[in-house]
Design a protein around this ligand. Structure first.
Ligand SMILES: Nc1ncnc2c1ncn2[C@@H]1O[C@H](COP(=O)(O)OP(=O)(O)OP(=O)(O)O)[C@@H](O)[C@H]1O
Length: 849
């Protein structure tokens, strides 16, 4: 909206008749909620909050829903970006915009469930009608198009729109047809200044343009992220369509002639089949037609293929053959990137981070999943609506850490994350398994409410009692056979059993299952269709930088909120550094070795749990739109910041311990030769490299326990092959040592030390020019242990003491004996670790691609 809509300008341009006093009557379905008269200038909030002037306890109302402003006899209204909106007539108020209102007028709040009737007191007296005569209705008033709503002055700024603000509000009628006939062009999108508004965050602000010219209708996709579909196929650019073609934008399907199309079936599966590697049959050929707005239970004994079917239908692990249509769109490669946004999927494990608050969890999920053009306010509104729909919208729950919630609440937060995208179909894999009976009741009632509001839910369950809440049941038997699909009340009749436990035990036997399958197929013959299912490729379509940024922010917050772990991470360099300087009173190669091992330890231990502990979240987000490179980069960024702090503490302690003292010939008598900046930077490089290695381990293993058991095993070679505690005296040891950061770390610190000594004392490998007393303190050789015997070690630099390049084995070194050689070697190890990490993460994709 333009500046012209702001109240001050508007007042000047739209001088209205002055009013003495305004009567306000607020009614809900249960009658009059509040009545008052405005006669003094001021602002009056209407909403759920106690702080509002008129506080109304209605579920659909936002806390501060609407503000009435009375200024010198004029009334202005502002919808405070409420979740369920406000309208005057059939014109929806744009959140945050101020409108001048003529009297009498009725403002509909929260989808029309609350009416605010405004009238002049004088008019009321004249008509003698009481202020509470308005009868509330739940449906919107007339849906005919118009340029101004009743009693509403709306400034026009439809620069992109072909005509005035003609707002769509109806469904299942020919409104779109009329708009097109009248105006020739109709702009469709999420923004309220479009001619035909699609109220879904999956739609772009300006999504598509319909044009009528020479009796031809053209539909143009305005280069949108989520695409425009005609009869289930995504269009590119402009296409000619007919008035009856079904257009899908966001989660809405409509035709020009008939308006919104209510899809009969949420999912149609034709002759689907799943065969795993080595010929293991996950599902035998089956067909399903799942109606919209149904709660379906998917049941059967363990290993019968419930998860296989669930993941086949939602594309997480595509079926091998057959065809699936979801919400009227074919589940194929070109549609999948859009389609997966209409699908909510909560796997068996929670898909939320325990360390974040509920509010933050949802905010980051929205930032990572929803298109970039959605404003912060829209996200906040969406979060409120979603939380309210799951009975989680209290301040206490919003602010609670997810880990502090009950199992049922946590599951609902996982569902809330999925609902942010307005999915039409929700797939739940055994949500009730970990819950106690009372929590299950609450949980399933909640899901039932979602179904009554339009959601289709397919839920895997083992619990017979869950059937009380569902509409239909799909029953599978061992061997992947479909043995029943239909009304839950007919299930026992169909199997001729008295209770469901008996059905379960019968279905555990694949032969019995096959018999019932044949029986089912004979009664429900499928079509002859046989289609090879395409591989569904995961393409991230979120702006890369934006996703990286929000992954970093979320991960950083997770780390910050985990106070105990954060303290441990910071205590590590203090303890290890303190121990090091306590045990080694003088700088010697052993200290360099210990520094290298410490750096490797910091990196590996910081990273080893970071992927494996959030595997369900990774897999779900990857299935949705997570870019692997963004994911790795965000982990590395945050863990490198932590490594940086650890290295700073560690280097601070060691430098304090190994420096200072008197000066001899301008050189400190005590050991301080190595440069603090080079040492710190090199230690950071080692630590970050070890982080990459730790992430690789974290991606390879499937449980936290396994990876933590392996970490010490991975660290041992770093210690044993560094050339300090045992000589590298044969080719195999040398070659293995090339793969360890421990060896290159120790060598790197030795090079830095020798370089510093060279610069300081013009020392060469052959002979030190600096006094023996200084060199003695520069580096104490571990072999003699006798500092007074200077003659034995004055010419020995750190590298010489390490003895790494003595050609005892007759092997020529693959790397030059220099600091550059060390950096090249570490870089190569990093490339190896990165490729390993990438492969390990990609192999997880195979489970759902
Ligand atoms: N990735 C896979 N590779 C090979 N076989 C698999 C794979 N996943 C599942 N299967 C096999 O497919 C069959 C069905 O497995 P699925 O996990 O779908 O059963 P389920 O009914 O969900 O079991 P549960 O109730 O125990 O979760 C089983 O025989 C299983 O061993």
């Amino acid at each position: 909206m333009s500046e012209a809509l702001q109240a001050p300008t508007y007042v000047k341009e739209n001088k209205m008749a002055e009013l003495q006093a305004v009567s306000v009557t607020i009614t809900s379905l249960s009658g009059v909620e509040s009545e008052f008269v405005l006669s003094q200038n001021g602002e009056f909030d209407i909403g759920r909050s106690d702080t509002c002037y008129s506080s109304i306890n209605a579920e659909l109302l936002s806390r501060r829903h609407l503000t009435l402003r009375y200024t010198d006899g004029q009334i202005f209204v502002t919808d405070n970006n409420s979740s369920n909106g406000s309208a005057i007539g059939d014109v929806r108020l744009i959140g945050g915009q101020t409108y001048a209102v003529q009297l009498p007028s009725t403002i509909l709040l929260a989808n029309g469930s609350i009416h605010v009737q405004l009238s002049s007191v004088a008019e009321q007296l004249a008509s003698n009608s009481p202020p509470n005569t308005l009868k509330p209705t739940t449906s919107s008033p007339s849906s005919t198009s118009h340029l101004t709503g009743q009693g509403l002055n709306l400034a026009s700024n439809l620069d992109a729109a072909p005509q005035g603000p003609i707002t769509h509000s109806g469904s299942g009628n020919d409104e779109l047809h009329q708009l097109l006939l009248t105006h020739g062009q109709v702009l469709i999108g999420r923004s309220y200044d479009c001619n035909y508004v699609i109220d879904s965050l999956q739609a772009s602000r300006k999504h598509a343009l319909l044009t009528l010219s020479n009796n031809r209708i053209t539909l143009k996709d305005l280069d949108t992220t989520n695409g425009t579909f005609v009869n289930g196929e995504r269009i590119a650019g402009s296409v000619n369509i007919t008035a009856t073609d079904e257009i899908t934008i966001g989660t809405t399907t409509f035709a020009i002639q008939t308006g919104t199309v209510e899809l009969k079936y949420a999912i149609v599966a034709d002759n689907i089949e799943k065969v795993y590697a080595k010929g293991i049959v996950g599902l035998n050929t089956m067909s399903l037609k799942i109606p919209s707005q149904q709660f379906i239970a998917l049941m059967g004994p363990s290993g019968c293929g419930k998860s296989t079917l669930l993941k086949g239908l939602n594309g997480a692990n595509p079926i091998t053959s057959g065809a699936i249509t979801v919400q009227g769109l074919k589940l194929n490669n070109s549609n999948y990137n859009t389609l997966k946004k209409y699908i909510g999927y909560v796997p068996q494990d929670d898909i939320v981070h325990g360390e974040l608050s509920v509010e933050k969890t949802l905010f980051y999920a929205a930032k990572l999943r929803i298109s970039d053009d959605v404003t912060k306010q829209e996200i906040k509104n969406k979060i409120s609506t979603v939380l309210a729909s799951l009975n989680l919208d209290t301040d206490a729950i919003r602010k609670s850490k997810v880990s502090d919630l009950s199992g049922g609440q946590r599951k609902r937060v996982s569902i809330a994350v999925e609902l942010l995208n307005d999915p039409k179909i929700l797939f739940l894999d055994e949500p009730t398994s970990p819950l106690d009976p009372e929590t299950i009741e609450d949980f399933l009632s909640c899901i039932r409410r979602l179904v009554s509001k339009g959601q289709t839910v397919i839920m895997v369950t083992h619990k017979p009692s869950d059937l009380d809440y569902v509409d239909q049941v799909i029953f599978l038997s061992k061997g992947g056979y479909q043995t029943y699909y239909g009304d839950k009340n007919q299930l026992l009749n169909h199997f001729e059993k008295d209770n469901i436990i008996e059905v379960y035990s019968m279905m555990k036997n694949p032969n019995q299952g096959k018999r019932w399958y044949d029986h089912w197929v004979s009664q429900n013959p499928a079509s002859e269709l046989s289609v090879k299912q395409e591989v569904l490729a995961n393409k991230s379509n979120t702006a890369l930088l934006g996703q990286y940024f929000w992954l970093c922010v979320r991960y950083f917050n997770i780390k910050l909120n985990d106070h105990a772990n954060l303290l441990l991470l910071l205590a590590q360099p203090l303890i290890i550094g303190g121990l090091l300087v306590f045990i080694f009173s003088k700088l010697q190669v052993s200290v360099m070795f210990m520094m290298a091992v410490s750096a490797v330890w910091f990196g590996v231990s910081n990273a080893a749990k970071e992927i494996v502990s959030e595997l369900p979240i990774y897999e779900r987000e990857r299935m949705y739109n997570l870019n692997i490179f963004n994911y790795i980069a965000s982990k590395l960024t945050v863990l490198s910041i932590i490594a940086c702090i650890q290295v700073a503490i560690f280097i601070g302690i060691t430098h304090l311990a190994y420096s200072g003292g008197n000066s001899v010939n301008g050189i400190s008598e005590e050991t301080q030769l190595w440069s603090i900046s080079s040492t710190a930077l090199f230690m950071l490089l080692l630590s970050v490299s070890a982080t990459l290695f730790g992430l690789f381990l974290s991606a390879v293993f499937t449980t936290t326990e396994k990876v933590m058991t392996f970490v010490p095993i991975a660290l041992m070679p770093q210690i044993m092959l560094a050339g300090i505690i045992a000589p590298l005296d044969n080719n195999i040891k040398i070659l293995l040592s090339y793969l360890t950061l421990g060896r290159w770390g120790t060598e790197g610190f030795a090079h830095i030390q020798d370089e510093a000594a060279r610069e300081l004392g013009k020392w060469t490998n052959e002979k030190a020019d600096i006094p023996a007393s200084v060199m003695q303190r520069v580096l104490t050789p571990p072999t003699t242990g006798n500092e007074n015997n200077a003659a034995e070690f004055t010419t020995q630099g750190a590298m010489q003491q390490l003895n790494l390049y003595d050609d005892k084995s007759g092997m020529v070194s693959l790397f030059p004996e220099s600091f550059t050689g060390v950096i090249i070697a570490i870089t190569l190890i990093n490339i190896l670790a990165f490729c390993g990490l990438l492969l390990a993460l990609r192999s997880k994709d195979k489970r759902f691609i």
